[in-house]
Write a protein that binds this ligand. Structure first.
Ligand code: NAD
Length: 393
């Protein structure tokens, strides 16, 4: 009898799980339903470029209907509000209830605000196409307001958090701002672009030599780094820092970290700090009929207490393994263990500069080679999902 596979989330983990499961299970063996809150698969690794205005929405927002066409995968647009693994049921904001024989939870992560007063209410985040569009429109509006009023708070832009999200975004701002200023008749020297980072340095994921390259490259283009100082409060017009300083601004983009999805944290699945714990085959440690892919799960390398980072490349690999393991789960074959391959980490510093470490030997790249690698990794992903699209049933 045909089994019911329910997949929550149409990001890297969910989409790859759906496409891979369909490669291994025919439509008569399994009905696959994918529930996503947007009708699009969003390339969130490129959102900074949409927010900065370098690319258009179509480049990062791919209609799921098109990606799933001809695959016998039901697409449902709904926001998951509750997962009830003991009842084998999932509830959506639309009022619908979904049932399953096997569930894949791939809902991603959310921005963490760490309880900092005013932050959630008065900052922008960069987790979706809508978020990126909001930032882009707001920056333009602020420049217009500055032109009109001369109030410096409208010409001051703060990125809170110097991880990869924050640095990639400020790189786009640094490239786009001079162009926008010219078009609006504003002196670019009037603009202040800050990155505030609580840790002693930005980008701890990279070796110091590459961090220095990033700081130099961005400083040359007008970015000011405030490191070793945490943001402690936000009001609509101010950002307070731990050392007592206050920055007057209408724009804080908060990229200070991510946390597990609340629907997972509150589901009754076993979790570790809000992210579901998994076996080596990516099944929930408490519910073997639930598989997990992407940021909403926490995976520890063997013998390590430090989990793998929540990245797109891991979500993609987890999704594929889950897709494969689902077929073994239903057909009685042997499930495989998750053994991720790290191709490296690449961080863009705007349109023409980037840094990266590649492969197991952590080969260091900067400048054009890193920029090209970064572009290539995006193209590789897009052709991969399109390839699966063609290959599948
Ligand atoms: P992150 O957790 O990596 O970085 C957040 C930064 O904010 C940290 O450096 C932290 O010290 C800082 N911070 C926290 N609280 C602060 C405060 N009160 N004031 C000032 N600074 C504060 O988050 P991210 O950059 O969104 O990245 C999330 C994950 O996604 C990471 O694993 C990252 O590697 C990955 N990612 C990868 C890429 C890429 O590969 N190009 C791009 C974006 C994100």
């Amino acid at each position: 009898m045909s089994k019911k596979i329910l997949i929550l989330g149409g990001g890297y983990g969910g989409l790859l799980a759906a496409l891979t499961a369909r490669q291994h299970l025919s439509a008569s063996e399994a009905q696959i339903t994918l529930v996503n809150r947007f009708p699009t698969h969003q390339i969130i690794t490129e959102l900074h470029r949409l927010a900065g205005g370098t690319i258009g929405e179509k480049a990062v927002s791919l209609p799921l209907e098109k990606l799933l066409k001809g695959k016998s995968i039901n697409l449902v647009i709904d926001t998951v509000t509750e997962i009830k693994p003991d009842d084998k049921k999932v509830l959506g904001a639309s009022g619908s209830a979904y049932t399953y024989d096997a569930l894949v939870v791939a809902l991603g992560s959310e921005t963490a605000f760490f309880g900092i007063p005013g932050l959630q209410e008065h900052s922008f985040v960069l987790k979706s196409v809508n978020d990126a569009n909001r930032i882009r429109a707001h920056v333009e509006a602020e420049l217009d307001a500055y032109k009109k009023t001369g109030d410096k708070a409208h010409a001051t832009f703060v990125v809170g958090g110097g991880g990869l999200t924050g640095v990639e975004l400020v790189g786009e701002f640094a490239d786009k701002m001079p162009e926008l200023c010219r078009a609006k008749g504003i002196d670019f020297n009037d603009i202040s672009l800050y990155v505030v980072e609580a840790a002693p340095s930005i980008l701890p994921v990279f070796p110091p030599e590459l961090v220095q390259r990033a700081v130099e490259s961005l400083s040359k283009r007008g970015v000011e780094f405030i490191t070793g100082v945490a943001i402690t409060e936000r009001t609509p017009t101010t950002v307070s820092l731990k050392d007592g300083r206050t920055i007057e601004t209408h724009t804080l983009v908060w990229t200070g970290g991510v946390q597990g999805h609340p629907a997972v944290a509150n589901s009754g699945l076993e979790v570790n700090r809000g992210r579901a714990t998994v076996t080596e085959t990516l099944q929930s440690t408490s519910h073997p009929d639930v598989f997990l892919a992407g940021d909403c799960a926490v995976v520890f390398p063997a013998g390590s207490e430090r989990p793998y980072p929540p990245t797109a490349q891991l979500a993609w690999q987890m999704g594929e393994l889950v897709g494969y393991n689902l077929s073994a789960y239903f057909k009685g074959g042997k499930m495989e263990a998750f053994e991720p391959v790290f191709s490296g980490t690449l961080g863009s510093l705007g349109r023409k500069d980037a840094i990266g470490t590649i492969g197991a030997n952590q080969i260091r790249l900067k400048g054009l080679p890193a920029t090209l690698m970064k572009e290539a990794s995006n193209i590789r992903y897009l052709s991969h999902i399109n390839g699966l699209f063609t290959l599948a049933y």
